[in-house]
Structures are given as C-alpha cells and as structure tokens.
Design a protein around this ligand. Structure first.
Ligand SMILES: Cc1cc2nc3c(=O)[nH]c(=O)nc-3n(C[C@H](O)[C@H](O)[C@H](O)COP(=O)(O)OP(=O)(O)OC[C@H]3O[C@@H](n4cnc5c(N)ncnc54)[C@H](O)[C@@H]3O)c2cc1C
Length: 243
C-alpha cells in the first residue's frame, strides 16, 4: 500500500483522483484491511494544515481526539474526551469518528453546533451539511460552526454487552435576528435524533422547550433518554440565566 501524505489541498486533490482511500488513525480500518487486503493507495491528511486546525470555530478532520481542548466549545471537547480509551483517543481522528465509525460520539456535538462540513471533491473544496457527508462519505477536511452561547454534553455509562450508551448534546445559539435557539441531539441505540426550539427567556421556558422538542423527533425517545434531555436543557438554561 502506498501511503500519500499531501501537504497542500491541490496534492490531496491529485491523490483523491488517483483513488487513494482516506485514512485517519487506522483504529478501525487496520483490522479490516488485514483481513480483506490493503488498498493500493491510501491518503492521510496529517500533514495538511487545513485538516489540522483547532480553533474556537473550526476543527480539522486529521486532529486526533486527545488533542481537542478548550479552544473548541465544551460540547465537542467533552464528546472527544468520552470516546473509547486513552489509547484510542491518542490515535483516532475527527474524520474517522464522524465519517467512518458507527458510534460517532462526535456527531451529536457537531449537530448541536450546526456545524458545516468542509469537504474535498475532485473539483475542489466545498462546504456541505453533515447529513450529506455521512450519506456520501465525502473526504472531510474540517468542521466549521458559530460559537454558541453555551453548550453541554453527557454520555451515559455503557452496560457491558449492551447497546451503545446514550449521548445527549445541547447548545444555545444567538441567531442573527436576536432570537435564542436551543439545539439538542441524542444518540440512542445507534440512532441519532436532533431537534431545535426557540427560547423566550421566561421562567416557564424549560417546560415549553421540552414540550416543543418532544413534539418533534425527540418524542420517539425512551423515557430514560427524555429524562436526561430534561436535565441537560435545565442545566443549559440555568447557566444562561445571569447572562
Ligand atoms: C476500543 C475502541 C473503543 C471505541 N469507543 C468509541 C466510543 O466510545 N465512541 C465513538 O464514537 N467511537 C469509539 N470507537 C471508534 C473510534 O471512534 C474510531 O475507531 C475512530 O474514530 C476512527 O478514527 P480513525 O481516525 O482511526 O479512522 P480510520 O480507522 O483511519 O478510518 C475509519 C474510516 O473513516 C474513513 N475516514 C478517515 N478519515 C476520513 C476523512 N477525513 N474523511 C472521510 N473519511 C475518512 C476511512 O476511510 C475509514 O473508512 C472506539 C474504537 C475502539 C477501537
């Protein structure tokens, strides 16, 4: 297998055109490749500056999860810190987690940030939404978002041999017309649900918000997940009460 290490977007484009398969930390693909055979060419983005940014409003796809720190919003930092073991986090990348893994603990966090995906196509760099990246398995260069007012993330304890643990991510955003929007995303039994609701900032808001969320796709969640959503939303609103 020839491993390509592009240092510019144009090099990455050239290697993509020659059919190089994207590789992050190989925590998932290695075993499969050993069993089924290695591709002729692969491409790691670890030398590509655009895929290595860690900023308040951007995160590169080649960044390993253990490097994600308080430069990014809390929801994303906590999501990365909760993936697997320390050894996995020191090797696995953002791109491998979002595009390549089935658990995708970073996905609910990226959804509540309303993150856009910066992708590379044969024609060049473009931006799209996360749903399209997952459906078409685009080559992800980075994620971009607008800084939220506040955000939080919780991952329930996993039961041995049980389904993947429940994850709840939430963020409050000030939108351009002055409104405040709550976004919540939940991973429950390998399915990801996301909803948003407008906040009006009065005392009854938490109950109103939860009712709005339940009227959407979050209404399909099991009761235990609904309780965790309630706690996270209440926590977020309490944090913003003094702002
Ligand atoms: C012991 C263990 C525990 C784990 N626990 C968790 C957990 O709790 N939560 C969780 O979410 N995950 C968990 N995982 C999965 C982990 O997140 C993935 O192994 C990891 O994110 C994959 O990243 P990688 O960089 O190693 O990907 P790789 O193995 O290199 O690649 C995986 C796939 O992603 C594709 N890919 C890689 N980079 C890109 C890119 N930039 N653009 C497009 N496609 C790309 C590859 O082509 C490949 O198909 C666990 C894994 C292990 C081994």
């Amino acid at each position: 297998m020839l491993l390509r290490l592009p240092t510019s977007v144009s090099e990455a484009q050239e290697y993509m055109t020659e059919g190089a398969v994207p590789i992050g930390g190989a925590t998932l693909v290695w075993a499969t490749w050993q069993r089924d055979g290695f591709p002729d060419r692969s491409m790691s983005l670890r030398e590509l500056p655009e895929a290595n940014t860690i900023e308040p409003e951007a995160l590169g796809a080649a960044v390993v999860l253990s490097r994600i720190d308080d430069r990014v919003p809390e929801v994303l930092r906590r999501a990365a810190a909760g993936v697997g073991t320390g050894a996995v986090r020191r090797t696995a990348t953002v791109g491998g987690n979002i595009v390549g893994s089935t658990l995708r603990c970073l996905l609910p966090a990226a959804l509540v940030l309303d993150a856009r995906a910066v992708i590379l196509e044969p024609e060049g760099v473009t931006e799209t939404d996360l749903a399209e990246v997952l459906a078409k398995r685009h080559l992800l260069l980075s994620l971009r978002w607008r800084t939220p007012v506040t955000s939080n993330y919780v991952k329930a304890a996993a039961e041995p041999g049980g389904p993947s643990p429940l994850v709840v991510a939430a963020a409050l955003h000030r939108v351009d017309d002055g409104r405040t929007l709550l976004r919540v995303a939940v991973r429950s039994e390998d399915e990801v649900f996301s909803e948003s609701a407008e906040c009006h900032g009065d005392a009854a808001d938490a109950e109103d918000l939860l009712r709005t969320l339940r009227n959407g796709s979050l209404g399909r969640l099991p009761a235990s997940a609904g309780e965790l959503v309630g706690r996270q939303v209440t926590d977020l609103l309490a944090r913003t009460a003094d702002r």
